[in-house]
Design a protein around this ligand. Structure first.
Ligand code: ADP
Length: 451
């Protein structure tokens, strides 16, 4: 301000002095006016420079002006710098925020007051098959035509999720999405989507499993309670009573087998994978299978040609009880499903790649190709009554599959309807080695004594 006053006075002084020197008293007055005009012109020029800078885009570098204009411009520059820093910070926060929403495993769609898409993340684009660029400003109702979603959107009932089939979902590959709307801002909506396909499938399987178990237990229970009632109300002859009691024993046996299989399955699911340090001789596993097969054939009154082919002296690493259960299940299935006069052939041999192939071949009814991939599902049976008649629970192959997977192996099923089936378990080479026979153990002992 002082600079400005000094400049003004200097202009007046120089003008007045110049005028006085040139034309005396009158000249001094004119000189003062001329000095004021010059000051005004110079100041206006400085003001114009300041204005031009303010109108321009480069607000970071002001023109060099001293005095009042210079200070005013400097303050403007500082205010602009402060605002720019604030904007940069806000932009970086917004970018971080959008990155976080982009990375979200949930789909996020921002809708404006009219229900048009303002923004969506890639997960939402994948869920709905939207194009994040092309579909912006499209009305959500035009893109998502599911009636349940329509009702939720129209009613603005935002408290509950709706589950809808994902666009593009097919009967073979069903996909389910859970949607929720949250109001925010002024009349805007945030739509969140979650892929709940696996959750829905697990829930469906759980319900299906509970229904199956209840059904399996209810049937023998109904039969049992019928017999109990008969025995209580009728005075039956001794032989008749004995026959009833025997049938009751069969039904309890059936329930026991079912509960045992269920416990085996849940133990398999809940326990850690078997270690590779426990070795069981293959011979003892096969001996037990053979004993069970012959006992079952006799119990079913079938004359079958049950053959156990010669095998090498091998040992297998894993949980002995589980391996026994898997092998026995395949052998007893073959005995149960093969009609009298048929052949059941069991072999166990090391493959050239070191894996063990345990195979059970039968000349039973076989299984049509469409059933084969489903045989290892719990309670899946091709012929329900035949399975029950022979004491089946529908869980045997599910147990086999679990055991084999836990041991890092594979289960292969080859079957020709009317001709028979071959069920093969392949165990990894790391779980197979030559068995410690009595001879080799004695040799080891002598070697270590000599060493
Ligand atoms: P189940 O107790 O009913 O035998 P599994 O899980 O052991 O249950 O077997 C599932 C289904 O696979 C059986 O119901 C049967 O239809 C079929 N199956 C299993 N083994 C054989 C076989 N050796 N020959 C023909 N069908 C078989």
């Amino acid at each position: 301000m002082a600079f400005r006053l000094i400049l003004f006075l200097l202009c007046l002084g120089l003008g007045g002095l110049g005028g006085a020197l040139l034309a005396g008293h009158q000249g001094a007055e004119l000189g003062l006016v001329a000095g004021a005009v010059v000051w005004f012109a110079v100041d206006s020029l400085r003001g114009l420079r300041a204005l031009r800078w303010l109108r321009g885009n480069d607000l970071r570098n002001p023109p060099r002006l001293g005095g009042l204009w210079g200070e005013a411009l400097d303050r403007v520059r500082r205010a602009v710098a402060l605002r720019d820093r604030g904007t940069e910070e806000a932009e970086s926060r917004l970018a971080d925020f959008l990155d976080a929403i982009r990375a979200s495993p949930n789909g996020v769609v921002l809708l404006d007051r009219e229900g048009r898409i303002e923004w969506l993340n890639e997960t939402a684009a994948a869920h709905f098959g939207f194009d994040p660029v092309r579909d912006q400003q499209q009305h959500i109702g035009n893109l998502l035509r599911d009636p349940d979603f329509g009702a939720m959107y129209a009613g603005r009932s935002h408290a509950e999720d709706v589950v809808i089939p994902a666009p593009g979902s097919t009967a073979l590959r069903p996909r389910k999405l859970s949607l929720r709307l949250h109001p925010y801002g002024q009349g805007r909506l945030l739509m969140l989507s979650r892929d709940v396909t696996s959750v829905e499938q697990a829930e469906f399987m759980r319900r299906d499993f509970v229904a199956n178990v209840s059904h399996e237990i209810r049937t023998p229970l109904t039969v049992l309670s019928g017999f109990v009632e008969t025995l209580q109300t009728l005075d039956l002859p001794r032989e008749e009573r004995a026959r009833y009691l025997q049938m009751m024993g069969q039904q309890t046996q059936r329930m026991q087998t079912l509960v045992n299989d269920l416990l085996t399955l849940s133990r398999l699911e809940g326990s850690p994978p078997p270690g590779a340090g426990d070795w069981t001789p293959l011979a003892s596993l096969l001996a037990q299978c053979e004993q069970e097969a012959r006992a079952l054939a006799a119990a079913l009154g079938k004359s079958l040609d049950v053959r156990f082919l010669p095998h090498a002296e091998l040992a297998l690493a894993g949980t002995a009880v589980e391996l026994q259960s898997a092998f026995s299940n395949l052998v007893t299935n073959a005995v149960r499903y093969t009609p009298g006069g048929g052949l059941v052939e069991v072999s166990a041999a090391q493959q050239p790649d070191g894996r063990l192939a345990f195979s059970v071949r039968d000349t039973g009814p076989g299984v049509a190709a469409e059933h084969v991939p489903r045989l290892t599902e719990r309670f899946y049976r091709v012929d329900r009554s035949r399975s029950r008649e022979t004491g089946g629970t529908g869980l045997g192959l599910a147990i086999v599959k679990h055991v084999v997977q836990r041991h890092g192996g594979e289960l292969h099923i080859a079957s020709t309807p009317g001709a028979g089936s071959t069920f093969t378990i392949l165990l990894p080479a790391a779980r197979v080695r030559a068995a410690e026979t009595a001879g080799s153990a004695a040799r080891h002992a002598t070697e270590s004594a000599a060493g």
